[in-house]
Design a protein around this ligand. Structure first.
Ligand code: PLP
Length: 386
Protein backbone atom coordinates (compact mmCIF):
# COMPACT_ATOMS: atom_id res chain seq x y z
CA UNK A 1 0.00 0.00 0.00
CA UNK A 2 1.48 3.32 -1.05
CA UNK A 3 0.70 6.77 0.27
CA UNK A 4 -0.19 8.30 -3.11
CA UNK A 5 -1.01 11.71 -1.70
CA UNK A 6 2.37 11.78 0.06
CA UNK A 7 4.18 10.60 -3.07
CA UNK A 8 2.44 13.21 -5.20
CA UNK A 9 3.62 15.94 -2.85
CA UNK A 10 7.13 14.50 -2.35
CA UNK A 11 8.17 13.96 -5.94
CA UNK A 12 7.41 15.79 -9.13
CA UNK A 13 7.93 14.24 -12.53
CA UNK A 14 10.50 16.88 -13.47
CA UNK A 15 12.68 15.86 -10.52
CA UNK A 16 13.38 12.57 -12.25
CA UNK A 17 15.44 14.23 -14.98
CA UNK A 18 18.52 14.46 -12.72
CA UNK A 19 18.31 10.91 -11.46
CA UNK A 20 20.28 7.86 -12.64
CA UNK A 21 18.81 6.04 -15.62
CA UNK A 22 17.88 2.92 -13.66
CA UNK A 23 14.72 1.58 -12.03
CA UNK A 24 15.72 3.48 -8.90
CA UNK A 25 14.75 6.80 -10.51
CA UNK A 26 11.22 5.66 -9.51
CA UNK A 27 12.27 4.78 -5.95
CA UNK A 28 9.29 6.44 -4.26
CA UNK A 29 7.03 4.11 -6.27
CA UNK A 30 8.81 0.96 -5.13
CA UNK A 31 8.25 -0.91 -1.85
CA UNK A 32 11.57 -0.38 -0.07
CA UNK A 33 11.83 1.37 3.29
CA UNK A 34 15.54 2.14 2.89
CA UNK A 35 17.59 3.34 -0.07
CA UNK A 36 18.66 0.37 -2.22
CA UNK A 37 22.19 -0.87 -1.53
CA UNK A 38 22.65 -3.51 -4.23
CA UNK A 39 21.54 -4.12 -7.84
CA UNK A 40 21.92 -0.43 -8.46
CA UNK A 41 22.35 -0.54 -12.25
CA UNK A 42 19.16 -2.31 -13.27
CA UNK A 43 16.67 -0.94 -15.79
CA UNK A 44 16.37 1.78 -18.44
CA UNK A 45 16.65 -0.70 -21.29
CA UNK A 46 16.43 0.66 -24.85
CA UNK A 47 13.07 1.45 -26.46
CA UNK A 48 13.66 1.36 -30.19
CA UNK A 49 11.29 2.27 -32.98
CA UNK A 50 10.59 -0.37 -35.64
CA UNK A 51 9.08 1.35 -38.71
CA UNK A 52 9.45 -1.83 -40.79
CA UNK A 53 7.15 -3.71 -38.44
CA UNK A 54 4.67 -0.80 -38.39
CA UNK A 55 4.52 -0.93 -42.19
CA UNK A 56 4.18 -4.70 -42.25
CA UNK A 57 1.42 -4.73 -39.67
CA UNK A 58 -0.35 -1.59 -40.96
CA UNK A 59 -0.29 0.19 -37.61
CA UNK A 60 0.81 3.79 -36.98
CA UNK A 61 4.03 3.14 -35.05
CA UNK A 62 5.81 0.23 -33.37
CA UNK A 63 8.47 0.25 -30.67
CA UNK A 64 10.39 -2.61 -29.10
CA UNK A 65 11.19 -2.46 -25.39
CA UNK A 66 14.47 -4.34 -25.21
CA UNK A 67 14.57 -6.08 -21.84
CA UNK A 68 16.68 -8.84 -23.41
CA UNK A 69 19.46 -6.27 -23.04
CA UNK A 70 18.81 -5.88 -19.31
CA UNK A 71 21.79 -5.67 -16.93
CA UNK A 72 23.04 -7.98 -15.59
CA UNK A 73 21.16 -11.14 -16.61
CA UNK A 74 19.57 -10.28 -19.98
CA UNK A 75 15.89 -10.53 -19.10
CA UNK A 76 13.21 -8.36 -17.48
CA UNK A 77 13.57 -10.53 -14.37
CA UNK A 78 16.38 -8.21 -13.28
CA UNK A 79 13.64 -5.71 -12.41
CA UNK A 80 11.66 -7.78 -9.87
CA UNK A 81 14.78 -9.47 -8.52
CA UNK A 82 16.50 -6.12 -7.84
CA UNK A 83 13.56 -5.12 -5.64
CA UNK A 84 13.29 -8.53 -3.92
CA UNK A 85 17.02 -8.72 -3.11
CA UNK A 86 17.03 -5.26 -1.58
CA UNK A 87 13.96 -6.19 0.46
CA UNK A 88 15.67 -9.41 1.60
CA UNK A 89 18.60 -7.32 2.83
CA UNK A 90 16.22 -4.93 4.63
CA UNK A 91 14.59 -7.92 6.31
CA UNK A 92 17.94 -9.41 7.38
CA UNK A 93 17.58 -12.52 5.21
CA UNK A 94 20.91 -14.13 4.19
CA UNK A 95 19.66 -16.87 1.85
CA UNK A 96 17.47 -16.27 -1.18
CA UNK A 97 16.11 -18.59 -3.82
CA UNK A 98 13.44 -19.27 -6.42
CA UNK A 99 11.63 -21.90 -8.41
CA UNK A 100 12.22 -20.90 -12.01
CA UNK A 101 11.63 -21.67 -15.68
CA UNK A 102 15.11 -20.22 -16.38
CA UNK A 103 15.32 -16.44 -16.59
CA UNK A 104 14.49 -15.96 -12.96
CA UNK A 105 17.18 -18.51 -12.05
CA UNK A 106 19.74 -16.45 -14.00
CA UNK A 107 18.64 -13.24 -12.31
CA UNK A 108 18.48 -14.52 -8.73
CA UNK A 109 21.89 -16.21 -9.04
CA UNK A 110 23.48 -13.06 -10.53
CA UNK A 111 21.97 -10.57 -8.08
CA UNK A 112 22.61 -12.80 -5.04
CA UNK A 113 26.25 -13.25 -6.05
CA UNK A 114 26.72 -9.50 -6.46
CA UNK A 115 25.02 -8.87 -3.10
CA UNK A 116 26.98 -11.59 -1.27
CA UNK A 117 23.85 -13.58 -0.39
CA UNK A 118 23.55 -17.38 -0.51
CA UNK A 119 21.22 -18.66 -3.23
CA UNK A 120 19.27 -21.87 -3.81
CA UNK A 121 17.74 -22.28 -7.24
CA UNK A 122 15.07 -24.89 -8.06
CA UNK A 123 14.63 -25.66 -11.75
CA UNK A 124 13.03 -28.29 -13.99
CA UNK A 125 15.63 -30.97 -14.69
CA UNK A 126 15.40 -30.35 -18.47
CA UNK A 127 16.15 -26.62 -18.37
CA UNK A 128 17.85 -25.25 -21.51
CA UNK A 129 21.65 -25.65 -21.31
CA UNK A 130 22.41 -21.95 -21.64
CA UNK A 131 20.02 -21.06 -18.84
CA UNK A 132 21.63 -23.70 -16.61
CA UNK A 133 25.17 -22.54 -17.41
CA UNK A 134 24.09 -18.91 -17.10
CA UNK A 135 22.93 -19.70 -13.57
CA UNK A 136 25.70 -22.06 -12.43
CA UNK A 137 28.43 -19.56 -13.30
CA UNK A 138 27.42 -17.37 -10.34
CA UNK A 139 27.98 -20.24 -7.88
CA UNK A 140 24.51 -20.77 -6.34
CA UNK A 141 23.24 -24.18 -5.21
CA UNK A 142 21.15 -25.43 -8.13
CA UNK A 143 18.66 -28.25 -7.65
CA UNK A 144 17.25 -29.88 -10.81
CA UNK A 145 13.90 -31.42 -10.05
CA UNK A 146 12.03 -34.18 -11.83
CA UNK A 147 8.59 -32.70 -11.58
CA UNK A 148 6.36 -30.14 -13.18
CA UNK A 149 7.03 -26.44 -12.61
CA UNK A 150 3.97 -26.41 -10.38
CA UNK A 151 5.40 -29.19 -8.21
CA UNK A 152 8.68 -27.30 -7.99
CA UNK A 153 6.75 -24.20 -6.97
CA UNK A 154 4.94 -26.16 -4.25
CA UNK A 155 8.29 -27.42 -2.94
CA UNK A 156 9.63 -23.85 -2.89
CA UNK A 157 6.61 -22.81 -0.81
CA UNK A 158 7.56 -25.42 1.78
CA UNK A 159 11.15 -24.16 1.75
CA UNK A 160 9.94 -20.61 2.38
CA UNK A 161 7.77 -21.75 5.30
CA UNK A 162 10.18 -24.14 6.98
CA UNK A 163 13.60 -22.58 6.38
CA UNK A 164 12.64 -18.89 6.41
CA UNK A 165 14.68 -18.22 3.30
CA UNK A 166 13.64 -15.40 1.01
CA UNK A 167 12.15 -17.17 -1.98
CA UNK A 168 11.81 -14.18 -4.27
CA UNK A 169 8.64 -15.25 -6.12
CA UNK A 170 7.03 -16.93 -3.10
CA UNK A 171 7.34 -15.23 0.29
CA UNK A 172 8.98 -12.09 -1.19
CA UNK A 173 6.52 -12.10 -4.10
CA UNK A 174 4.63 -8.95 -3.14
CA UNK A 175 7.89 -6.93 -3.33
CA UNK A 176 9.33 -8.89 -6.24
CA UNK A 177 6.30 -8.37 -8.49
CA UNK A 178 6.37 -4.60 -7.97
CA UNK A 179 9.75 -4.43 -9.72
CA UNK A 180 8.13 -5.30 -13.05
CA UNK A 181 5.99 -2.16 -13.16
CA UNK A 182 9.16 -0.12 -13.78
CA UNK A 183 8.96 -1.41 -17.35
CA UNK A 184 5.68 0.51 -17.78
CA UNK A 185 7.16 3.66 -16.22
CA UNK A 186 10.13 3.50 -18.58
CA UNK A 187 7.97 2.99 -21.67
CA UNK A 188 5.92 6.11 -20.85
CA UNK A 189 8.96 8.19 -19.92
CA UNK A 190 10.91 7.10 -23.01
CA UNK A 191 7.92 8.16 -25.13
CA UNK A 192 8.12 11.64 -23.58
CA UNK A 193 5.58 10.88 -20.85
CA UNK A 194 2.92 9.69 -23.25
CA UNK A 195 1.18 6.35 -23.49
CA UNK A 196 1.24 4.10 -26.52
CA UNK A 197 -2.25 2.86 -27.41
CA UNK A 198 -1.37 -0.84 -27.13
CA UNK A 199 1.24 -2.94 -25.31
CA UNK A 200 1.87 -6.62 -26.03
CA UNK A 201 3.40 -8.72 -23.25
CA UNK A 202 4.28 -12.39 -22.80
CA UNK A 203 2.68 -14.19 -19.87
CA UNK A 204 3.76 -17.15 -17.70
CA UNK A 205 2.65 -16.69 -14.08
CA UNK A 206 1.01 -13.44 -15.17
CA UNK A 207 2.83 -11.04 -12.86
CA UNK A 208 4.59 -9.08 -15.59
CA UNK A 209 1.38 -8.32 -17.51
CA UNK A 210 -0.50 -7.46 -14.33
CA UNK A 211 2.21 -5.08 -13.17
CA UNK A 212 2.50 -3.38 -16.56
CA UNK A 213 -1.17 -2.44 -16.34
CA UNK A 214 -0.71 -1.32 -12.73
CA UNK A 215 2.34 0.77 -13.65
CA UNK A 216 0.48 2.63 -16.40
CA UNK A 217 -2.49 3.27 -14.07
CA UNK A 218 -0.18 4.64 -11.39
CA UNK A 219 1.31 7.15 -13.82
CA UNK A 220 -2.20 8.37 -14.58
CA UNK A 221 -3.02 8.55 -10.92
CA UNK A 222 0.09 10.68 -10.33
CA UNK A 223 -0.88 12.79 -13.37
CA UNK A 224 2.59 12.24 -14.80
CA UNK A 225 0.97 10.98 -18.01
CA UNK A 226 -2.49 11.81 -19.32
CA UNK A 227 -4.77 9.97 -21.71
CA UNK A 228 -6.06 6.44 -21.70
CA UNK A 229 -3.86 3.69 -20.31
CA UNK A 230 -2.74 1.41 -23.15
CA UNK A 231 -4.78 -1.62 -24.11
CA UNK A 232 -2.88 -4.60 -22.75
CA UNK A 233 -2.49 -7.68 -24.96
CA UNK A 234 -1.27 -10.94 -23.45
CA UNK A 235 0.75 -13.49 -25.42
CA UNK A 236 1.21 -17.19 -24.66
CA UNK A 237 2.38 -20.30 -26.43
CA UNK A 238 -0.38 -22.33 -28.10
CA UNK A 239 1.00 -25.39 -26.29
CA UNK A 240 0.18 -24.04 -22.86
CA UNK A 241 -2.01 -20.96 -22.58
CA UNK A 242 -4.16 -20.96 -19.45
CA UNK A 243 -4.30 -17.17 -19.09
CA UNK A 244 -5.01 -16.54 -22.78
CA UNK A 245 -7.78 -19.13 -22.57
CA UNK A 246 -9.27 -17.40 -19.55
CA UNK A 247 -9.29 -14.05 -21.36
CA UNK A 248 -10.81 -15.58 -24.47
CA UNK A 249 -13.51 -17.63 -22.78
CA UNK A 250 -14.26 -15.35 -19.81
CA UNK A 251 -15.48 -17.03 -16.65
CA UNK A 252 -13.42 -18.56 -13.88
CA UNK A 253 -9.90 -19.98 -13.87
CA UNK A 254 -10.00 -23.77 -13.81
CA UNK A 255 -6.30 -24.54 -13.93
CA UNK A 256 -6.18 -25.67 -10.33
CA UNK A 257 -8.13 -28.75 -11.30
CA UNK A 258 -7.36 -28.76 -15.01
CA UNK A 259 -4.32 -28.60 -17.25
CA UNK A 260 -1.09 -29.34 -15.40
CA UNK A 261 1.25 -29.78 -18.34
CA UNK A 262 4.17 -27.54 -17.50
CA UNK A 263 7.89 -27.30 -18.05
CA UNK A 264 9.77 -30.17 -16.45
CA UNK A 265 8.11 -33.07 -18.19
CA UNK A 266 10.18 -35.86 -19.69
CA UNK A 267 11.27 -33.67 -22.61
CA UNK A 268 10.76 -30.00 -23.43
CA UNK A 269 8.14 -30.64 -26.07
CA UNK A 270 6.11 -32.87 -23.77
CA UNK A 271 5.10 -29.67 -22.00
CA UNK A 272 3.40 -28.81 -25.29
CA UNK A 273 5.72 -25.93 -26.12
CA UNK A 274 9.16 -24.93 -27.20
CA UNK A 275 8.71 -21.84 -25.05
CA UNK A 276 9.91 -23.13 -21.71
CA UNK A 277 10.20 -19.71 -20.11
CA UNK A 278 6.41 -19.31 -20.34
CA UNK A 279 5.47 -22.93 -19.56
CA UNK A 280 3.39 -22.56 -16.41
CA UNK A 281 0.06 -24.40 -16.20
CA UNK A 282 -0.97 -23.02 -12.81
CA UNK A 283 -0.24 -19.29 -13.06
CA UNK A 284 -0.24 -17.60 -9.65
CA UNK A 285 -1.22 -14.20 -11.05
CA UNK A 286 -3.25 -15.51 -13.97
CA UNK A 287 -6.58 -14.18 -12.79
CA UNK A 288 -5.09 -10.74 -12.15
CA UNK A 289 -3.50 -10.68 -15.59
CA UNK A 290 -6.77 -11.69 -17.28
CA UNK A 291 -8.61 -8.99 -15.32
CA UNK A 292 -6.03 -6.33 -16.25
CA UNK A 293 -6.32 -7.29 -19.92
CA UNK A 294 -10.11 -7.06 -19.82
CA UNK A 295 -10.09 -3.79 -17.84
CA UNK A 296 -7.87 -2.07 -20.40
CA UNK A 297 -9.92 -3.31 -23.36
CA UNK A 298 -7.17 -5.61 -24.61
CA UNK A 299 -7.15 -9.24 -25.64
CA UNK A 300 -4.96 -12.35 -25.51
CA UNK A 301 -3.77 -14.73 -28.18
CA UNK A 302 -1.37 -17.61 -28.71
CA UNK A 303 1.44 -18.62 -31.07
CA UNK A 304 2.43 -22.08 -32.30
CA UNK A 305 6.06 -23.24 -32.12
CA UNK A 306 6.52 -22.59 -35.86
CA UNK A 307 5.12 -19.08 -35.48
CA UNK A 308 7.47 -18.48 -32.54
CA UNK A 309 10.48 -19.37 -34.69
CA UNK A 310 9.21 -17.12 -37.49
CA UNK A 311 8.62 -14.36 -34.94
CA UNK A 312 12.20 -14.58 -33.65
CA UNK A 313 13.57 -14.28 -37.22
CA UNK A 314 11.17 -11.46 -38.16
CA UNK A 315 12.19 -9.38 -35.15
CA UNK A 316 15.90 -9.99 -35.74
CA UNK A 317 15.71 -9.10 -39.43
CA UNK A 318 13.45 -6.06 -38.95
CA UNK A 319 15.09 -4.53 -35.88
CA UNK A 320 18.44 -6.15 -35.07
CA UNK A 321 17.05 -7.49 -31.80
CA UNK A 322 17.60 -11.18 -31.03
CA UNK A 323 14.95 -12.46 -28.66
CA UNK A 324 14.47 -15.69 -26.78
CA UNK A 325 11.37 -17.78 -27.44
CA UNK A 326 9.10 -15.66 -25.22
CA UNK A 327 9.78 -12.70 -27.54
CA UNK A 328 8.97 -14.90 -30.52
CA UNK A 329 5.56 -15.47 -28.93
CA UNK A 330 5.09 -11.71 -28.48
CA UNK A 331 5.97 -10.92 -32.10
CA UNK A 332 3.82 -13.74 -33.50
CA UNK A 333 0.83 -12.74 -31.39
CA UNK A 334 1.20 -9.07 -32.41
CA UNK A 335 1.21 -10.19 -36.02
CA UNK A 336 -2.03 -12.12 -35.45
CA UNK A 337 -3.67 -9.19 -33.64
CA UNK A 338 -2.81 -6.91 -36.55
CA UNK A 339 -4.11 -9.41 -39.10
CA UNK A 340 -7.37 -9.75 -37.21
CA UNK A 341 -7.82 -5.99 -37.12
CA UNK A 342 -7.41 -5.70 -33.35
CA UNK A 343 -4.50 -3.32 -34.03
CA UNK A 344 -5.07 -0.66 -36.68
CA UNK A 345 -3.55 2.46 -38.27
CA UNK A 346 -4.66 4.35 -35.16
CA UNK A 347 -2.33 2.31 -32.95
CA UNK A 348 1.07 3.05 -31.43
CA UNK A 349 2.21 -0.38 -30.30
CA UNK A 350 4.95 -1.37 -27.86
CA UNK A 351 6.21 -4.96 -27.91
CA UNK A 352 7.75 -6.08 -24.64
CA UNK A 353 10.68 -8.25 -25.61
CA UNK A 354 11.58 -9.69 -22.25
CA UNK A 355 14.54 -12.02 -22.80
CA UNK A 356 17.70 -12.49 -24.87
CA UNK A 357 17.96 -14.83 -27.84
CA UNK A 358 21.35 -16.18 -26.81
CA UNK A 359 19.59 -18.01 -23.97
CA UNK A 360 17.51 -20.27 -26.21
CA UNK A 361 19.66 -20.81 -29.30
CA UNK A 362 18.57 -24.46 -29.58
CA UNK A 363 15.04 -23.30 -30.41
CA UNK A 364 16.16 -21.79 -33.71
CA UNK A 365 19.12 -24.03 -34.47
CA UNK A 366 18.50 -25.08 -38.07
CA UNK A 367 16.06 -22.26 -38.83
CA UNK A 368 18.65 -20.43 -40.99
CA UNK A 369 20.56 -22.06 -43.88
CA UNK A 370 24.06 -23.36 -43.03
CA UNK A 371 26.68 -20.82 -44.21
CA UNK A 372 28.93 -22.10 -47.02
CA UNK A 373 32.58 -23.05 -46.33
CA UNK A 374 35.25 -21.95 -48.83
CA UNK A 375 39.05 -21.92 -49.17
CA UNK A 376 40.72 -18.65 -48.06
CA UNK A 377 41.10 -17.36 -51.62
CA UNK A 378 39.54 -14.38 -53.35
CA UNK A 379 38.62 -16.50 -56.37
CA UNK A 380 36.52 -18.84 -54.24
CA UNK A 381 34.83 -15.88 -52.62
CA UNK A 382 34.24 -14.28 -56.01
CA UNK A 383 32.56 -17.45 -57.27
CA UNK A 384 30.32 -17.47 -54.25
CA UNK A 385 29.37 -13.80 -54.65
CA UNK A 386 28.59 -14.17 -58.33
C1 PLP B 1 11.43 -14.04 -20.91
C2 PLP B 1 10.19 -14.06 -20.08
N1 PLP B 1 9.18 -13.26 -20.45
C3 PLP B 1 8.03 -13.23 -19.76
C4 PLP B 1 7.83 -14.02 -18.64
C5 PLP B 1 6.49 -13.96 -17.96
O1 PLP B 1 6.55 -13.40 -16.71
P1 PLP B 1 5.39 -13.71 -15.64
O2 PLP B 1 5.74 -15.07 -15.07
O3 PLP B 1 5.51 -12.62 -14.66
O4 PLP B 1 4.10 -13.75 -16.39
C6 PLP B 1 8.86 -14.85 -18.19
C7 PLP B 1 8.70 -15.67 -16.99
O5 PLP B 1 9.53 -16.45 -16.62
C8 PLP B 1 10.07 -14.87 -18.94
O6 PLP B 1 11.10 -15.66 -18.58
Amino acid sequence: VYDWTGIKKAVRRDALADRPRTIWRYRELLPLDEAPTVSLQVGWTPLIEAPGLAKLWKVRRVWVKCDGQSFPSLSFKDRPVAVAINKAIELGIDTVGCPSTGNLANAVAAHAAAAGLKAWIFVPFDLELNKLIGTAVYGPRIVRIKGTYDEINALARQVAERLKWGIVNVNLRAYYAEGSKTCAYEIAEQLGWTFPTAVVAPMAAGAFATKLAQGFSELRRLEWTSGDVPRLYGAQSAGLAPIAQLVRTGGQADWRKGDKRTSGQADGRASGTLVKSLAIGDPVDGEWAAQAIRDTGGWADVATDDEVIEGISLLAEATGVFTETAGGVTVAVTQRLAREGRLTMKDDVVLCITGNGMKTVEAIDGASPKPPVIAPTFSDLEKLIS
